[in-house]
Design a binder for this molecule. Structure first.
Ligand code: RB5
Length: 149
């Protein structure tokens, strides 16, 4: 399993914690930045993580900004990306199981490290349930293509 991670300055410290956590579990991590607490623009890093997934460079992505909101909005503009902001573990499980989310978004100024790492673990280990949920996710793709429902 390869995970692409990215953050702005508001999510930098949590991103670093997540990278260390994933690597300690033997996972391969593609870190698209940022690489310091210097102020940067979150859309770039949401875009980079989305692009990494679309290029087949990673299986899932994790994006972090101050709230998880701006960077998830940016990632969700990349075709094929379904980014879900999660502040607790139930949503993280449902984001994978029901929504087939391929990017987890976290808020570095919202969620503490311990909970964030639990959210990461659950997001990564939960498979998509398919079935009726696949039909619904396909409808999201239809909207993304600019088609009417
Ligand atoms: C940066 O100050 C902050 O706006 C950003 O990290 C994020 O929270 C935006 O949604």
């Amino acid at each position: 399993m390869k995970i692409a991670i990215g953050s702005d300055h508001g999510g930098f410290e949590l991103k670093e914690e997540i990278r260390a956590h994933l690597e300690s579990q033997g996972m391969e991590v593609l870190d698209v930045g940022t690489n310091s607490k210097d102020s940067v623009d979150y859309p770039l890093y949401g875009f980079r993580v989305g692009e990494a997934l679309n290029k087949g460079q990673a299986d899932l992505g994790i994006v972090v900004c101050g709230t998880g909101l701006g960077i998830s909005m940016a990632a969700n503009k990349v075709p094929g990306i379904r980014a879900a902001v999660c502040t607790e573990t139930y949503s993280a499980r449902m984001a994978r199981e029901h929504n087939n989310a391929n990017v987890l978004a976290l808020g570095g100024r919202v969620t503490g490290v311990g909970l964030a790492l639990d959210i990461v673990d659950i997001f990564i280990k939960t498979p998509f349930a398919g079935g009726r949920h696949a039909r619904r996710v396909d409808l999201i793709t239809t909207i993304e293509k600019g088609e009417s429902l």
